[in-house]
Ligand binder design. Structure first.
Ligand SMILES: Cc1ncc(COP(=O)(O)O)c(C=O)c1O
Length: 407
């Protein structure tokens, strides 16, 4: 079986990463484990909760020349088709609880009260808002509908019509903004201040940390499920994790560190070349902004500004920061859709495939593979963060619709 050609375009060995050790208190302060535990408990009580599958892609591992690839398949998370269902919607639940708790008329309000719909009249007067390139907005809109509040979603000009319709299906109002993702974040922020709306962003910046911390706490449910699903004797040696603003990668890195301590896997962050804000920040040793002049096919990863919290965790915990081009994305999506040898077919979306692309690119580069200690004994954990979130694009890239892959 020949694999599509994949190359790592840029790579940075992060010598600022801490040597192997138990998760330091400084990281636990950034993303507190007890806050993650609360998020995990709440989300697992939502109606319809099911843990997503962890697939053992042995055929692909054989073709790549490593011991194993475990693929956490988020393509059907809560029917929203991406892991983002865990973050934005949970942060909406938190925001509603906090806003109602500040209203003397509501008395004491718990997160469970919000889930149980105990304050419908109060909740429907609250508006949540976010900027999105698709999946986070879908999660916030879904959470708003589920808990009964109003929702405004800001999308930049290049977000597809299909992604807009998916958000509108949950009753949210979509506002289009000229420019890129970062412009839509700024516009949402301005309008929220003017209208008294509550921002539920997945990216953190000075002065806005608490909501994104809850978003990331929600994401840790995915990592915790994966660690629980791995065979008992297996600790992954490497995790190739895709980076947008770094909220996802930061949450994954922290949660792995909480559980595995000094045995934490070697974390490799993978970003698209035109939106490599984490790579540039790692190279500079401090936060850097990338001006996005070209939208990557990996729409969910097309962010030019790092999340402050994500960056803080990754700066200390990730060992490599890499970039890839769009070229192998379609061929790799096709490969997973067919399945290598006896691997079952997987619906892996454009942003989901980045981890596999990074892995193959690194294995193909002898020097880099040595630097990363990647060899035939490596056990890789990958987060397949989305399925066919844009069904038309999926079909155009894979040649058949997602439903046909699964049948
Ligand atoms: C499917 C998918 N994967 C990965 C990411 C990256 O997440 P983050 O921006 O938190 O780094 C996103 C972000 O929207 C996404 O939609």
């Amino acid at each position: 079986m020949s694999l599509p050609t994949v190359s790592i375009v840029q790579s940075h060995h992060n010598t600022a990463a801490l040597p192997p050790q138990p998760c330091p208190d400084s990281i636990k302060a950034v993303l507190p484990p007890d806050r993650c535990a609360v998020a995990q408990e709440m989300i697992s009580n939502w109606e319809g909760y099911q843990s997503t599958p962890l697939l053992n892609l042995q055929g692909l591992a054989n073709a790549v020349g490593i011991q194993s690839i475990f693929y956490k398949d988020e393509s059907d998370r809560f029917g929203l088709r991406s892991f983002k269902a865990l973050g934005g919607a949970y942060a909406v639940q938190q925001v509603l609880q906090q806003v109602l708790s500040q209203q003397p008329s509501s008395g004491s309000v718990s997160l469970t009260d919000i889930n149980d719909g105990k304050f419908p009249n109060e909740v429907k007067n609250i508006t949540v808002v976010t900027a999105t390139d698709g999946n986070h907005g879908r999660s916030v809109a879904w959470g708003a509908e589920r808990f009964g509040c109003e929702c405004m979603i800001y999308m930049h000009a290049n977000v597809s019509q299909a992604r807009q319709e998916a958000v509108e299906a949950f009753g949210a109002t979509v506002i289009r903004v000229d420019g890129n993702y970062d412009d839509s974040v700024r516009q949402a922020d301005l309008d929220a201040k003017e209208n008294g709306w509550h921002i539920v962003s997945d990216t953190s910046y000075p002065g806005y940390m608490e909501v994104p911390r809850d978003v990331m706490a929600g994401y840790t449910l995915m990592t915790t499920e994966a660690m629980d699903q791995l065979p008992e004797s297996v600790i992954p040696s490497h995790v190739f994790i895709q980076g947008g603003c770094g909220g996802l990668a930061g949450a994954v890195c922290a949660d792995l560190w909480f559980r595995y301590g000094k045995d934490m896997p070697h974390i490799v962050v993978v970003e698209p070349v035109p939106a490599a804000c984490l790579y540039e920040s790692a190279k500079a040793g401090e936060e850097r902004i990338v001006n996005i002049t070209e939208e990557s096919l990996m729409a969910g990863l097309s962010c030019g500004e790092v999340s402050a919290i994500g960056w803080e965790i990754l700066h200390a915990g990730a060992r490599h920061f890499t970039t890839i081009s769009d070229a192998p994305i379609g061929p790799l999506m096709q490969l997973l859709a067919k399945g290598v040898e006896s691997d079952e077919p997987v619906v892996s979306g454009e942003s989901a495939i980045a981890g596999i692309a990074g892995l193959i690119g690194a294995v193909n580069d002898d020097q880099l593979a040595r630097e990363m200690n990647l060899d035939h004994q490596s056990r890789i954990l990958i987060f397949g963060t989305e399925g066919a979130t844009d069904p038309e694009l999926y079909e155009a890239l894979v040649g058949v619709p997602a439903e046909a892959v699964l049948s």
